[in-house]
Design a protein around this ligand. Structure first.
Ligand code: NAD
Length: 306
């Protein structure tokens, strides 16, 4: 447990996994005092080695904090940590503190958290991120926020220390909606790009030549230009590293599931998003191995014949 350094704002950081473990040290570098908690002892030890102060419970970590950031696996855990669990943090957080939940969860979870917090006089925003583990460590994440404008503005000094592009999408839950819309489109682009590249290869084209043509033509999109799924076309992307690193199929499936939940709730037609979710699910279980841990550009394997 650390002593309060009166010159520094205190950020309690809950969840120091692949993402949080990269984000929290950027807050230390920016001059915040970071009170860290994670259920995993190795994650907490790593954060300590990077300047965070480890705490033995989330309840202790939030004492005296000006900001509470959470970066947790899913909405059930977020709701348990703040509202429903035995140590429901809303009972311990000061009304002057601001909750910034960066986890990717259903917008309904974010709305419930914001309402439950407000009942205790505490402000909360949702701030899910775009950009993976490398962007978390480099401090170049994009944050898509949902919540009241004043709370969003109060969060900016903290978010600026961890990210490069920060947006207010709308009211509570809007950040989550922006995130799943973006990732649903990304998945559609990736499956479409893989399908088109393989069609070209099956008809005798070189994948690099075809990519160069598409990049300068109307089929250009981020996945063909910056994150090409065909092995050997581009250096420094997961496709040229046996689909290791990057953004896992399991995480894309999680986001596509959240997109389908949102579509059901709003009765929106999302046939491409539904197809993408099914394709990534088929891909995950194809070829006799679980591909959930591979980068999502490995969807190309579903189309290859060799
Ligand atoms: P992760 O599983 O690596 O990390 C989650 C951490 O939370 C773990 O260290 C775990 O021990 C901890 N945790 C779980 N329950 C806890 C509790 N009750 N109290 C304290 N700590 C607890 O996950 P991640 O990859 O860091 O992802 C975190 C969030 O970010 C997810 O919502 C994910 O969808 C989102 N996200 C991830 C990526 C990515 O590329 N990994 C990209 C964008 C968004």
């Amino acid at each position: 447990m650390s002593q309060k350094n009166s010159n520094k704002k205190i950020v309690a950081f809950i969840g120091l996994g692949n993402m949080g473990g990269g984000m929290a040290p950027n807050l230390v570098r920016a001059g915040f005092q970071v009170h860290a908690f994670d259920l995993s002892a190795p994650a907490l030890a790593l954060a300590e080695s990077q300047g965070c102060s480890p705490y033995s419970s989330a309840k202790e970590a939030v004492q005296g904090a000006d900001f509470i950031i959470s970066m947790l696996p899913n909405g059930d855990i977020v709701e348990a940590v703040y509202i429903d669990g035995p140590e429901a943090l809303l009972n311990s957080i000061s009304p002057s503190a601001l909750i910034i939940d960066c986890s990717t969860v259903a917008s309904a979870s974010s709305i419930r958290l914001a309402k439950s917090a407000l009942e205790k006089g505490i402000k909360a925003i949702d701030a899910p991120v775009s950009g993976g583990v490398a962007a978390a460590a480099a401090g170049t994440l994009a944050f898509m926020c949902g919540g009241e404008k004043g709370a969003y503005q109060s969060a900016l000094p903290v978010l600026n220390a961890m990210g490069k592009n920060i947006f207010l999408a709308g009211a509570a839950g809007a950040g989550q909606i922006a995130k799943i819309c973006n990732n649903m489109l990304l998945a559609v682009h990736m499956t479409g790009t893989a399908e088109a590249l393989q069609l070209g290869v099956d008809n005798g084209l070189d994948p690099k030549t075809l990519s160069d043509i598409m990049i300068k033509s109307s089929g250009c999109n981020w996945t063909v230009e910056k994150y090409n799924p065909y092995p050997g076309v581009m250096e420094g992307v997961p496709a040229s590293n046996n689909y290791e690193g990057g953004f896992m199929v399991d995480l894309m499936l999680k986001d596509l599931g959240l997109a389908q939940q949102a579509a059901l709730a709003s009765q929106s037609a999302t046939p491409m998003g539904a197809a993408a979710r099914n394709l990534f699910n088929l891909h995950k279980h194809s070829g006799g191995e679980n591909k959930g841990g591979k980068d999502f550009s490995s969807i190309l394997d579903l189309y290859r014949r060799d």
